[in-house]
Design a protein around this ligand. Structure first.
Ligand SMILES: [Zn+2]
Length: 311
């Protein structure tokens, strides 16, 4: 028998009025007595203390064994317990070293997107939520809130694309947000790997500056100079393209997804051309290949052209 070590709130509320406490996020029970419970939320660095009555009413406990905690609200119905102790890799030294270089924008963008889910302007603010709770609107015509947070760590509960507005309006947390987009989800260990993979890509661009060897070793970087290609057009990306346009309004470079539907996952995301990403559209690389094959099958000229190109 294992004693209970994890629990989660039934609904999203605010913690001390300034931070969201999100429904179904596992909380590690650090300390529990007759008066208070000290909890460490999976998706926050800050521990919280709640009184025992609040705990008994507003939290449910998870089943866990030595390896996993079991929850239907996370992919595969479980979370490896080791993920609770994985901290985001610090790239402070790297950022300090390149603080005066243009490349800092790309480094910061990569860091941000490795650890944070995307924004959502429809998400209710904490201030508006508090007003709603004290004086709930009865107008069904007014659309309030959204299930998706306006940015949160990527190991928060993913919300299915099939989740409906009606389900949201009927859930306990409404109109507070309840999770992140499915494609934004990644466990802490995967987020760290994504960060290192994208840093490797930045510093493997043509003409990229050299990373001091001690920082390379510390971060376990695997830089292959002048080798990073956009997979859609096959061209090596020059660091000048990345520096000048990475964060400008008209992007020239952005994160490209080999299978757009599954989002920023390890092996699925790379730094490529914006225009190439547009050309690929919402389709996966494989879907595009299947479309070309279908076209060529019905058109002998195309078929011959493809055969000639591939010889
Ligand atoms: Zn390209």
């Amino acid at each position: 028998m294992f004693t209970t070590k994890f629990c989660a709130p039934f609904k999203t509320t605010t913690n001390k009025g300034s931070l969201w406490k999100c429904q179904n996020v596992p909380h590690k029970i650090l300390n529990k007595n007759n008066e208070i419970v000290k909890l460490q939320p999976f998706n926050s660095k800050t521990s919280i203390i709640v009184n025992i009555d609040y705990y008994l009413n507003d939290f449910y406990e998870f089943h866990n064994d030595e390896e996993y905690i079991y929850t239907p609200h996370y992919p595969n119905g479980k979370i490896p317990i080791t993920e609770f102790d994985i901290k985001p890799i610090s790239i402070k030294k790297l950022k300090t070293y390149f603080a005066e270089y243009n490349i800092i924008n790309a480094i910061e963008k990569v860091e941000h997107d490795s650890f944070q889910s995307k924004g959502n302007n429809n998400c209710i603010t904490i201030d508006k939520y508090k007003k709603f709770i004290s004086n709930p609107s009865t107008s069904k015509l007014e659309r309030i809130g959204d299930p998706i947070f306006n940015r949160l760590v990527r190991h928060s509960p993913p919300i299915s694309k099939l989740y409906t507005r009606e389900e949201f309006e009927n859930c306990l947390s409404y109109p507070a947000p309840i999770g992140i987009r499915e494609e934004d989800f990644a466990l802490p260990s995967e987020q760290n790997k994504i960060l290192i993979e994208l840093l490797n890509q930045i510093f493997s661009c043509q003409n990229a500056p050299l990373v001091p060897i001690n920082i390379q070793n510390e971060l376990n970087l695997d830089i292959k100079p002048n080798s990073h290609k956009c997979l859609w057009c096959g061209h090596i990306i020059d660091i000048a393209e990345l520096n000048q346009k990475y964060c400008s309004k008209v992007h020239s470079i952005n994160f490209c997804h080999r299978i757009p539907e599954i989002g920023t996952k390890l092996g699925n995301v790379y730094i490529g051309h914006y225009i190439c990403n547009r050309e690929q559209g919402g389709y996966s690389e494989e879907q595009r290949i299947e479309q070309i094959i279908r076209l060529a099958k019905n058109n002998p000229i195309y078929k011959q052209k493809i055969l000639n190109e591939l010889i």
